[in-house]
Ligand binder design. Sequence first.
Ligand code: APR
Ligand code: PHB
Length: 391
Amino acid sequence: MQRTQVAIIGAGPAGLLLGALLHKAGIANQVLELHSSDEVLARMRAGILEPGTAALIDELGLGGAMRRDALIHAGIAISFGGQRHRLDLQGLSGQSVLVYGQNELTRDLMSARAAAGLPTHFQTEQLSLHDFDGERPYLRYQRLGQSHELACDFIAGCDGFHGIARASVPTRAYRCFERGYPFGWLGVLADATPPHEELVYAQHERGFALCSMRGRSRVRCYLQCSLSDKVEQWSDGRFWDELHARLDPATAAALRPAPSLEKSIMPLRSYVAEPLRFGRLFLAGDAGHLVPPTGAKGMNLAAADARDLAQAFIDHYRGQGESALARYSEQALRRVWRAERFSWGMTRLLHHFPDHNGFDQRIQQAELEHLFSSRAAQTVLAEGYVGQSLN
Ligand code: APR
Ligand code: PHB
């Protein structure tokens, strides 16, 4: 049987960052990933880094490509009532965010891991977790037709919402808190100039829309859609027409349709599992919680979990006691719930809820108008968006 100190399940941002932080501290770890590296890198994901997340990448010495290619955004725009309103993140919170795709960050972390010769086992199948409630946990998996066992001190479940780690815990051992939303997001990636230098979040009676970007000549745009919609029902033409209809005239006029490079639909969901620790198994990132993408918090939460969990393991291996490991779940959940509240609040503020009546709609309008007439309200949103008030 092979052995390592920390066995990490999942090569997404949570698992790869945890692996990099542990390696920097001299703690042996192995990453096991269900898919191939190409498949992991091909998944479309969000693209906003809070300054705290970017600082963590810098601390690891892995911020080279990020600092070269990321766009620094000192504000965001909110489009409603036919106008674009600016939220001055920098002026209100003293901080900006970075626009850098999760795919790029994952690629940077994977190549650093490969360059350092650290073990990452892609295409691991039938992975199972054993004895994590005892002293000697281990994993069993198949790879290229061969069976393997990996003994470890700890297991980090960084395998996303549909992973095996949380699913291996008896359901009576944890509670789930959930909120579904009666709509999804239809996302399109296309080579086009972004219609505005900052992200535009649009509230419209036809539904929410978002114009984000990947660099200066590629857009990532989203439309609120029905949960029953299928990608095939959305031709490129229909997508761009609908997006134009939901944007303020200035943004719409600057947006040129282009062929889609990728098109996908995702449901929106808020989810928290409590606790995030089960004996020697710890959950981090989407494995333990989900936020709707409106606040762009998913990747930042995964990074913060990895940072705290790495620190707890470091304390343990340096003989500084178990208190950080004992605190991990509670500490992470406090942060998670703040991000849940923020993401739920932004989702509620900007979407069209099919079950809302006229009263609810007027309240939403009043909330948006309050936001742009109150610096205090803007500061609250800006501090949440840059992650300042969430840690
Ligand atoms: N065995 C091994 N690996 C698995 C298994 C399994 N049984 N199940 C899932 N995985 C892998 C997935 O293939 C994926 O690569 O775990 C990885 C989890 O990565 P992410 O889903 O990216 O989750 P996380 O690292 O927590 O990052 C959260 O990703 O989903 C986005 O928007 C979310 O930005 C957030 C971020
Ligand atoms: C993205 O660029 O994919 C993105 C940006 C901001 C969000 C969500 C997604 O709030």
